[in-house]
Design a protein around this ligand. Structure first.
Ligand code: CP3
Length: 344
């Protein structure tokens, strides 16, 4: 069958839900840890197309997933914008944006340049993938990227970025809009190099009250999504922690909405009848016994809409998940059939 993942994004009929997993290429895989030991630094791995392509393909070979997500990070495109970024493995920005004057330092390459390594990785992966496996490109959403730019690290409280936004709302609007335009150019380049769908990770939209989320997260994410509409590839907006935004999400100009596990899929499907949905098993369930993983995965599939649904976790898989747990999750989805309702 033609690619199940792309069909589900467009709400076309499929024999079973497609399945892929956020952070599917990563430390829970022994073959990833092996490559990482030799290559050393995470950013070097992202910037070496041969290595990044190999890592992208590792989970495809092992689990036969319906989509591959190119190996990189949401923060790598900030480097061409003038950001001093390191990982150990948590990200760190040495020159964070702390007041409005710092915004003048941010450069937007036009046309987009500085991530040629990713273009080459996409070329390589595209050439290696079978037709039934889709290739997903991605970027961070403006609010999530702004939070890293201002905080300099992964924050728990987001006080610095909220302080910036509340004290300098116009400047902050300018920052998130700038990021939206930069990421539109970045995704455009990815699609030119074979990305067949794109996911926008709004990992930290859940930190915002609905009113603030509308202005600082959803508005610039819409700007980004609108700017790439002409590419005609499915656009996925992942609203992590966005349960309080269910009534705002229908307005997002994208084909697919990614949801985390705090949202009931059936309820989400009623609130979002136009969109395909993606998600949303709690990655923590993969820390439990295989039998429980299978039971919870089936329950998720039963509660999901039958048309326009992509099975995934509700957030990235964590490094401590055993490989057999991922097999139990993926195997349950792959054994499911819509026509007959057969489960194994
Ligand atoms: O398999 C894939 O999903 C593709 C690769 C990918 C990575 N990061 C690789 C990575 C993707 C899509 C991301 C996205 C990303 N990066 C997000 C959005 C998704 C989410 O989780 O909400 C965010 C917020 C980041 C920022 C980031 N990068 C953090 C917070 C960390 C460190 C935390 C941790 O997991 O330890 C990273 C590093 C990172 N990105 C690693 C990987 C495989 C670990 C690096 C290593 O091997 O040392």
């Amino acid at each position: 069958m033609m690619n199940r993942f792309l069909r589900a994004c467009r709400k076309e009929e499929v024999d079973r839900p497609p399945v892929w997993v956020m952070r599917q290429a990563g430390r829970y895989l022994p073959e990833y840890r092996e490559v990482r030991k030799k290559a050393g630094d995470f950013l070097t791995m992202c910037r070496t197309p041969e290595i990044a392509a190999e890592i992208t393909l590792q989970p495809i070979r092992r689990f036969g997933l319906d989509a591959a997500i190119v190996f990189s990070d949401i923060l790598t495109p900030l480097v061409p914008m003038g950001v001093e970024l390191t990982f150990s493995p948590a990200p760190h920005i040495a020159n964070p944006v702390r007041d409005p004057a710092d915004l003048d330092r941010l450069r937007i390459p036009d046309p987009w340049r500085g991530t040629e390594f990713l273009s080459e990785t996409l070329d390589r992966v595209g050439a290696a993938l079978a037709e039934d496996t889709a290739l997903i490109g991605f970027c961070g959403a403006p609010w999530t990227l702004a939070s890293y730019l201002v905080e300099g690290v992964t924050s728990r409280t987001f006080t610095r970025v909220k302080s910036f936004a509340h004290h300098h709302p116009e400047d902050f609007d300018r920052l998130v809009n700038t990021l939206a335009d930069a990421m539109a150019a970045y995704l455009r380049t990815q699609v030119e190099h074979g990305a067949q769908a794109v996911q926008i990770f709004d990992s930290w939209v859940g930190s915002l009250a609905a009113e603030d989320a509308r202005r600082w997260a959803l508005q610039p994410a819409r700007r980004l999504l609108d700017a790439i509409a002409d590419l005609e590839v499915p656009r996925i907006y992942f609203a992590n922690g966005g349960a309080h935004l269910l009534h705002d999400l229908p307005e997002m100009p994208c084909e697919v909405l990614g949801l985390d596990w705090r949202v009931d899929l059936g309820r989400a499907a009623r609130a979002l009848p136009e969109h395909a949905l993606q998600g949303n098993l709690d990655p923590g369930v993969l820390m439990g016994p295989d039998e429980e993983i299978r039971r919870r995965t089936l329950a998720m599939l039963e509660s999901a809409p039958r048309s326009g649904y992509i099975a995934n976790l509700g957030h990235g898989i964590t490094p401590d998940v055993p490989v057999h747990a991922m097999e139990a999750f993926v195997g349950t989805v792959k054994g499911y059939r819509y026509e007959l309702g057969i489960r194994n």
